[in-house]
Design a protein around this ligand. Structure first.
Ligand code: SF4
Length: 437
């Protein structure tokens, strides 16, 4: 039987590395940036900042952080806020489940710990949305406990400094680097040292162009000395995101809703839960052809699908007027390719539901015909994943989504994901110049 090799074989795992730890700490204490979450050691402030900083640059986070802390200055304020307000504060930052989990975590702190974030690693790790990195950051920065906080930046710095060749995409490598990072923490300086590692990765030991000449630990950096700083860390590529072709209807109202747009709120779970958006649907696989460069932007089949979906969901008869734009949005595992069709209203069919769909009877026949067409198209391509086909069908079935007409001011209150924020924002601008329908 093959013997499993332990990962991260380096003497520093046992003995630490005094040069690295001392130089890095001294550099950080002399050079650290003034950031709003570094004002004090309040664990709540640190928690919020660490969640916001995941996958997001410091410069982007700062204004969001300041607004968020002003609106929700305490765990209690966050726990008691309406979810829509929390999402609105997060609008534009992306990865909205972070905001929902943060609020769920705040509720847990209220219920389980009387509103006080405990100085207890196990308890903090048990909070919703708090993974090993975030718990390490909170425990070390807020409570100065010697816990490692290892994210991609830290894995890159340590892989380079110690010339580690393990694949950082593997969980075993992360576990090994966590041990190494823990061994490096100088006595009594966990918070500053962990922030120093993050700061080095963010400012100097950057992914594409490490600034070795200004690096405080360059003299003993094994990766640099071996001329391998650009090759490290080793990381196997993640699978490319799955492409989904979608069509959205940008619908102008008439009568009392003249000048308003129809939007809907997503359900309370799953991707972008609770956010507002333009009505849209997942297209069948052959729609990829409609997005080809040489293809016409006007596709009658696509317009028909949108018409059926909107009528099915709201009772409104729309008239697609023409292609408005194509826009992409990338999530970590899915790429949405969205075609936006501008529409206005035809006559109203039975029982319009202004605020909520599904309240009145629907034209079942048209809906089921369109659903069948989508399902049949979905089966055309063998590699089309099953759940996509199901979703294509479901998107024509009343899903309990809330629809409403909005004007420009309403955009200030409702949270939209970036993609729709961009599309709708541009639309209001265009209308302001007298170019819209
Ligand atoms: S010397 Fe270069 S590769 Fe090594 S830690 Fe510093 S910036 Fe990174």
């Amino acid at each position: 039987m093959a013997i499993k090799q332990p990962t991260i074989q380096h003497t520093a795992v046992q003995n630490g590395h005094p040069y690295f730890s001392t130089e890095l700490l001294a550099w950080y204490r002399a050079q650290k940036r003034t950031l709003p979450w570094r004002k004090n050691h309040d664990p709540y402030r640190i928690w919020v900042s660490e969640i916001m900083l995941q996958q997001t640059r410091v410069d982007t986070v700062i204004p969001y952080y300041l607004t968020f802390m002003e609106k929700f200055p305490t765990v209690q304020a966050l726990a008691e806020a309406p979810e829509e307000e929390v999402l609105k504060c997060w609008e534009g930052l992306g990865y909205y489940s972070r905001a929902r989990n943060l609020q769920a975590g705040a509720k847990m702190v209220m219920e389980l710990y009387d509103g006080i974030i405990p100085n207890d690693k196990e308890a903090v790790s048990g909070l919703k949305g708090v993974g090993p990195y975030t718990s390490g950051a909170i425990m070390s920065i807020a409570f100065n406990r010697p816990e490692p906080a290892v994210d991609g930046n830290v894995m890159r710095v340590l892989s380079r400094f110690f010339c580690l060749e393990e694949d950082i995409a593997k969980p075993a490598t992360r576990a090994g680097i966590e041990k190494l990072a823990a061994a490096l923490i100088p006595e009594g300086a966990a918070g500053d040292f962990n922030q120093a590692l993050m700061e080095l990765g963010a400012l100097i030991c950057t992914p594409k162009s490490p600034g070795c000449l200004t690096c405080p630990v360059m003299e003993e950096c094994e990766g640099r000395l071996a001329g391998r700083e650009l090759e490290l860390p080793i990381k196997t590529k993640a699978k490319p995101p799955r492409q989904e072709y979608r069509a959205a209807a940008l619908i102008w109202g008439n009568g009392e809703n003249a000048g308003k747009l129809l939007v809907r709120q997503r359900e309370g779970k799953g991707l972008l839960a609770g956010m507002w958006e333009l009505p849209h649907l997942l297209l069948p696989p052959h729609a990829a052809d409609w997005f080809a460069e040489e293809a016409s932007k006007e596709q009658p089949e696509l317009a028909e699908m949108l018409t059926v979906m909107v009528e099915q969901d709201t009772g409104q008869l729309i008239r697609p007027k023409g292609w408005l734009k194509d826009a992409d949005h990338i999530f970590s595992h899915i790429l949405w390719k969205m075609r936006v069709i501008e529409c206005d209203l035809g006559e109203e069919s039975t029982g319009i539901a202004d605020e909520k769909n599904g309240a009145e009877s629907k034209p079942e026949e048209a809906a089921s015909k369109a659903a069948e067409a989508l399902m049949a198209a979905a089966e055309e391509r063998e590699d089309y994943v099953n759940h996509s086909a199901e979703e294509a069908s479901k998107s024509l079935i009343p899903g309990g989504m809330v629809y409403r007409w909005i004007d420009r001011e309403d955009m200030e209150l409702l949270p939209f994901p970036n993609l729709f924020l961009r599309i709708i924002g541009e639309t209001w601008e265009r209308r302001g110049r007298g170019e819209a329908l």
